[in-house]
Design a binder for this molecule. Structure first.
Ligand code: BYC
Length: 334
């Protein structure tokens, strides 16, 4: 029953429906839903800027998951044991799944997957800066799980309560899987730290290279964050970039101590009065360079995605022809 009543709720000018409401009335209903903490669903009226910013964020998030398969995917054939290979395979496949849910969530806002993918391939759409750094050694795979997935969970848990239903629901499963990813990374590093001097040095070197880029994942300082005002007002973002970054540092420092690695920041110290770990300045020039396409691996990552898309054209063509034939057969049979 709910299904049918929902279907009739779509605002339209159909004959049998009550006259359409004014924009002000729709806006007031939207605001009231947000105030009550209700989800906004695909068929609900929403301001155009809310829809646009959700498409922006959800599609960037989807692209990050898909591009994010590349730094780790290259290590599947080089994993040191069968068990590590199975774990890494599962993790990379999970990231593909996350990308798919997120593209589907973005599609509910009236944009096509082809448009989204084209925006990625032509360099118009962003994806997380972190995936433009190289994974040089096996220890990088552990550090990506520990720090990159760790930062991703910190940022994504509040998104399970974001105001847009399909995005919030996708985040629940994504966060569960990310926590497995983080644990496997930490476990990999614990194993290496119990190994030889060279293995411990390899972990420290990876931590040195990934620490600062991981802090950059949370985005610019709140004062420079152009989208935060609207996104906070609309309940898309619940916790600010700087607050999440601080929570991540506070959670990670004790994990680094347990692991026996040094975080590469001479200014890192516990502030008793604030109850937080304070940290040194972030190199925002490096961040914006990477975001603007000039990171170490931007070209490599984008060309790998374009190549995969072109190589897969025959699969999409075949699926389309099959669907058309099936429809024709079903029509004849009916
Ligand atoms: N990299 O106004 P702001 C994963 C852009 S993947 C690049 O604060 P907002 C995984 C930002 O887009 C998980 N660009 O933006 C996968 C904006 O530009 P536009 C990835 C960045 O949206 C595989 C401008 O800077 N997670 O877990 O309010 C293997 C100003 O920023 C970045 C997500 O995608 C960045 N780091 O806040 C392993 C989370 N930061 O769009 C792991 C979803 C900022 O105006 N996204 N920019 O042209 C978010 O939560 C938010 O979009 C952000 C930024 C916190 C990232």
């Amino acid at each position: 029953v709910t299904m049918y009543t929902q279907a009739m709720d779509i605002p339209s000018g159909d004959r049998d429906e009550p006259p359409a409401k004014t924009d002000e009335q729709y806006e007031a209903e939207f605001e009231a839903k947000l105030a009550r903490g209700d989800f906004i669903e695909p068929k609900d009226w929403m301001p155009e800027r809310y829809r646009k910013t959700l498409i922006r964020q959800i599609s960037q998030h989807a692209h990050s998951e898909i591009v994010g398969m590349l730094p780790e995917g290259g290590w599947i054939t080089r994993a040191p044991t069968l068990e590590r290979k199975c774990i890494l395979l599962a993790k990379v496949q999970d990231e593909a799944g996350h990308g798919m849910y997120l593209y589907s969530a973005a599609e509910t806002l009236g944009v096509s997957r082809d448009e989204l993918i084209e925006a990625l391939h032509t360099g118009k759409a962003k994806y997380s800066s972190i995936f433009n750094y190289p994974t040089k050694t096996w220890a990088d795979i552990g550090v990506v799980g520990w720090l990159v997935d760790g930062a991703a969970i910190m940022n994504q848990i509040p998104l399970t309560r974001c105001s847009y239903g399909p995005y919030a629901r996708a985040m629940i499963r994504v966060c569960k899987e990310e926590s497995f990813h983080q644990r496997q990374g930490y476990d990999l590093l614990l194993t290496l730290m119990k190994g030889s001097e060279d293995q411990r040095a390899m972990v420290q070197d990876a931590v040195n290279r990934w620490w600062w880029p991981s802090l950059m994942m949370f985005g610019p300082h709140d004062s420079e964050s152009t989208n935060s005002g609207d996104s906070m007002k609309w309940g898309i973002k619940r916790i600010s970039n700087d607050e999440l970054r601080q929570k991540f540092v506070d959670a990670t420092v004790p994990q680094a101590q347990l692991l026996g690695v040094t975080l590469p920041d001479p200014d890192l110290k516990f502030d008793d009065a604030k109850g937080h770990w304070t940290f040194g300045p972030i190199d925002w020039n490096e961040f914006w360079n990477v975001v603007n396409g000039k990171g170490q691996c931007n070209e490599e990552r984008l060309s790998a995605r374009i190549r995969a898309w072109e190589d897969g054209a025959w699969v999409r063509d075949a699926a389309l022809v099959h669907a058309q034939r099936k429809r024709r057969r079903d029509c004849v049979a009916a």
